[in-house]
Design a protein around this ligand. Structure first.
Ligand SMILES: Cc1cc2nc3c(=O)[nH]c(=O)nc-3n(C[C@H](O)[C@H](O)[C@H](O)COP(=O)(O)O)c2cc1C
Length: 421
């Protein structure tokens, strides 16, 4: 029997978590409820951990799962920068759906296969990687650690992960490619001006990128409420680093834009005029493979095939695009069914656990991307933090594959996953 004091302090802790948009979920709010229905034994293992979550780990090796890095990053990263990373949109229902979506699907583990040797390697567009876990493009990594995208690249190199670099990175595509020691993919924000897209494409191709991941889901404004609230907590003088007077000035610390005329871009530079016609123009000027990032429906998946696209990254931008409320693990099966093997389909948004990864691979995704977890690692401990985050996801994925009785990524198929009833 648990004492009322322990129960009260636990409830207080859960209430704190439930009010945080990052942690809040319907289930958690229910557990945090006052009254006789609050259970004695709670299912979440973190409940037995120290209540000061920022003291969970002192170094990357102590981390038990990727979540252990987030409170440390919250402590070390300036509030506005942490808010930029953590934020979803509006009510953040998509952000939460990305995690809760995994509960809609269950694994069907098979037994009595010899899984003493597991091959996690994959091949994408002719390149081999040691695991199906890739590093998503995220802008401005120096917001989280001075070593920025170069540190992420060095960590990705250790585990031979695919890295996709953001257009809005602080470090340049050339420096990051050098640090990664192998070709990386380039994520493109086309901007409203064709000449800017064209110049970025040429630069990425010249840097040796084999694949252009065109982001299709940032075409409108967004209300990043968590960001805006945490900005108010930040007492530093932001104007010394951020010159928001024009797009060109905002891009000064984004090295991929250097040398490109941005003077005609007004406002925040979203690619609102992006269309299938624009993508066709891209096809005509580059030999890089083109992957569309942000496709979420069967209709657009079919159009991607018809337009000669090479691959799809099923993504909702980690709940940062629109607050649709739909997770990517929910959208993935319809895309896989439509594409029907005609091009590779990869996925991101909300992936944190090896079992999350295995569910998507079983559905037919060829690789799975993580975003915020490696930024937690970066913000908490720099390159070593990113290395450990990637190692944890790999270790969990390997264990989940073994427990499912599969020896290679290729052996996973839809029979290993079912929709919960
Ligand atoms: C701080 C931050 C910055 C991001 N910047 C970009 C970007 O520049 N380009 C892009 O296509 N996606 C960007 N994304 C989205 C990621 O590529 C990816 O889709 C998302 O983070 C995956 O969800 P997760 O964070 O839940 O793992 C960003 C995400 C975060 C958290």
């Amino acid at each position: 029997m648990i004492s009322p004091i322990v129960r009260a302090s636990r409830r207080k802790f859960l209430q704190f978590l439930a009010t945080s948009p990052v942690f809040a979920s319907g289930a958690l709010s229910a557990f945090a409820a006052e009254g006789p229905t609050a259970p004695d034994k709670l299912p979440d293992p973190i409940i037995w951990a120290p209540l000061k979550t920022e003291e969970l780990i002192k170094n990357p090796k102590e981390a038990i799962n990727v979540f252990d890095f987030e409170p440390v990053a919250r402590m070390k990263v300036p509030p506005a920068h942490f808010g930029y990373m953590a934020s979803g949109i509006d009510d953040e229902v998509t952000l939460r759906a990305n995690r809760e979506g995994f509960l809609k699907f269950q694994l069907r583990p098979r037994r009595l296969n010899d899984v003493s040797k597991v091959d996690m390697t994959i091949e994408l567009f002719g390149a081999k990687y040691d695991s199906p876990i890739f590093v998503c493009p995220t802008g401005g990594n120096k917001f989280f650690h001075p070593d920025g995208e170069v540190a992420v690249a060095k960590a990705a190199r250790v585990g031979n992960h695919l890295q996709i670099l953001s257009t809005s990175s602080n470090d340049s595509v050339e420096d990051v490619t050098r640090a990664r020691g192998a070709p990386i993919w380039f994520q493109l924000y086309a901007s409203p001006k064709w000449e800017v897209a064209q110049a970025l494409i040429k630069r990425a191709e010249a840097a040796g990128c084999p694949v252009l991941a065109v982001t299709t889901d940032r075409v409108g404004g967004r209300n990043q409420e968590t960001l805006f609230r945490l900005m108010r907590e930040d007492t530093r003088d932001c104007s010394s680093c951020h010159d928001r007077t024009s797009f060109a000035n905002r891009a000064l610390r984004r090295h991929n834009y250097h040398g490109i005329d941005l003077s005609s871009i007004t406002g925040s530079g979203e690619s609102s005029n992006l269309s299938w016609e624009t993508v066709k123009r891209m096809r005509d000027i580059t030999k890089m493979k083109i992957v569309l990032k942000g496709i979420l429906t069967t209709e657009d998946a079919e159009l991607a095939v018809q337009n000669g696209i090479d691959g799809i990254l099923v993504s909702n931008h980690g709940g940062r695009g629109e607050d649709s409320g739909r997770s990517t693990i929910d959208a993935l099966p319809e895309i896989i069914a439509t594409v029907n093997g005609r091009m590779p389909v990869i996925v991101d948004s909300g992936f944190r656990r090896g079992t999350d990864v295995v569910k998507a691979l079983a559905m037919g995704a060829q690789a799975v991307g993580i975003g915020r977890p490696y930024l937690w690692g970066l913000g908490a401990f720099g390159q070593e933090g990113v290395e450990r985050v990637l190692e944890l996801v790999r270790t969990e994925t390997r264990a989940a594959m073994q427990q499912c009785g599969v020896r290679s990524v290729k052996e996973l198929n839809p029979s290993f996953v079912r929709r919960a009833t």
